[in-house]
Design a protein around this ligand. Sequence first.
Ligand SMILES: [Fe+2]
Length: 168
Amino acid sequence: MISEKLFNALNEQINYEFESAHIYLAMAAYCADQDLDGFANFFIVQAEEERFHAMKFYNFVNEMGGRVTLRALTGPINDFESLLDVFETALKHEKSVTKRIYNLMDIANEEKEYATGSVLRWFIDEQVEEEATMTGIIKKLQRLKDNSHGIFMLDSEMSQRTFTPPTE
Ligand SMILES: [Fe+2]
């Protein structure tokens, strides 16, 4: 049985995942404005992933007999100092997501809610990947500094990213 406390926390996470999609779309718009279409693509795909995360929780809450309630999205950051700033902001965001997933896992463990724990286990693994992806790109950008040829190469690499919903 999922407690009201856990349902509320899961509902909060659904909203946060939609919020994340919004945040990444704003980052995509900044990149597009900088003529970095590959990076824009990267963040559009990232936004799709976040929407997928939101829907994974959404479907789970529905399945478990909870009531999903959505709220208005708060305004994302639209302006950045640089591409590096975008990715550092993205990493910071992913770290906050990880913290939230861990908190959810703590509640699920307290309640011995194994079904929720199983869903959260998937998210914990996912967060390891998300943080590693952002960290990897930050390292590349730090190495490239203002090397425009290198940024151009990285941008075309980023244009290759596509969204494929994970199969379980
Ligand atoms: Fe997410």
